[in-house]
Write a protein that binds this ligand. Structure first.
Ligand SMILES: Cc1ncc(C[n+]2csc(CCOP(=O)(O)OP(=O)(O)O)c2C)c(N)n1
Length: 320
């Protein structure tokens, strides 16, 4: 959780410095969700993510150097510097893309879950999306298909209350996004997304159900993003859409501070916290150096990797 927070703080300063171009959407405030979920899945399980995806990638085992290089548009990055913050992908880690198109990681996850079901393994797929994305048609179509086919797919809605500057109350007909899952016959629950243990417990149950062939679950995590929709937002928005008091009230419920209080009760002392901070700082700064020392792609590379060179047809036998 600390790594995610410090990574996204540093990513924002790199935007200010002009080292990272394109938009960076910070995950700060939401760390308990990605970590709680990832704590109960395996390396061979898959995730799809959205535009606010650094936390999801780090929690799934993403390498800081390769992520920093991708943000900085360097050839050493996860997508050879051609994807940037919103398109980090690693097939080796089961990360089928962070995704700039709102809601569109969800049908990709549906495909991954379908493939695993078809192959007969017990892998699960997690799809992370926001409450804003839950208004997209593709999300609803995916819920319907996942429910009908009992696919091993876990819908994780991170309800941070805003889609850009739009409050969920003004865009969504239901109090809880979990209601939408129930409409498709999917077991759906609301959890405190600022509590890593609550998220973990919900995820454990959902993963078990999916591995047992009992189908999808929707977990709505109530959370909050501390900063603007994207790094730099304060400079471009003329009118704030939420008050400082509102932001502060959520900061009082900070997921890292809550975890820290728990760890103190378990006997972790300040020295250990300081060591964690120092280690995280070192890894991130090494990542920045790695990024800055890496080359940018050449113009010729623009068309490389745009088309698949190998096409595999999926067998239809065995699927009823
Ligand atoms: C299909 C599509 N529509 C609109 C946008 C512009 N857009 C980018 S992020 C965003 C808000 C998404 O809100 P939410 O899904 O709640 O995620 P959050 O940003 O709160 O994490 C919008 C409207 C987009 N990128 N793609």
């Amino acid at each position: 959780m600390l790594m995610i927070r410090r990574f996204d703080e540093r990513a924002a300063t790199l935007v200010d410095e002009g080292e990272v171009t394109g938009e960076v959407h910070q995950y700060i405030g939401q760390e308990a969700v990605a970590v709680g979920i990832s704590s109960v899945i395996r390396k061979d399980d898959a995730i799809t993510s959205n535009h606010r995806g650094h936390g999801h990638v780090l929690a799934k085992g993403g390498d800081v150097n390769l992520m920093m290089a991708e943000l900085g548009g360097r050839t050493t990055g996860y997508c050879k510097g051609k994807g940037g913050s919103m398109h980090i992908t690693s097939l080796d880690l089961g990360i089928y893309g962070t995704n700039g198109m709102v809601g569109q990681g969800v049908p990709i996850a549906l495909g991954a879950a379908f493939a695993n079901n078809f192959k007969g393994n017990d892998n699960v797929t997690i799809t992370y999306f926001g409450e804003g994305a839950s208004n997209e048609g593709a999300v609803h179509e995916s819920m319907n298909m996942a429910a009908i086919w009992k696919l091993p797919l876990i819908f994780v809605c991170e309800n941070n209350q805003y889609a850009v500057s739009f409050n969920a109350k003004d865009s969504t007909s239901v109090e809880n996004i979990a209601e939408r899952g129930k409409g498709y016959g999917i077991p759906s629950i609301v959890v405190d997304g600022m509590d890593v243990f609550a998220v973990r417990e919900a995820a454990k149950e959902a993963v078990q159900r999916a591995r047992n062939g009992e189908g999808p679950t929707l977990i709505e995590c109530k959370t909050y993003r501390y900063f603007g929709h994207f790094a730099g937002e304060p400079h471009v928005l003329k009118k704030p859409y939420r008050t400082d008091e509102e932001i502060e009230s959520h900061r009082q419920n900070d997921p890292i501070e809550r975890l820290k209080r728990h760890l103190v009760e378990e006997g972790v002392d300040e020295v250990e916290f300081a060591e964690m901070e120092a280690k995280v700082h070192e890894i991130i700064e090494d990542g920045v150096v790695f990024m800055k020392e890496s080359p940018r792609p050449t113009l010729e590379a623009a068309l490389e990797d745009a088309y698949a060179v190998e096409h595999k047809t999926m067998p239809v036998k065995g699927w009823a």
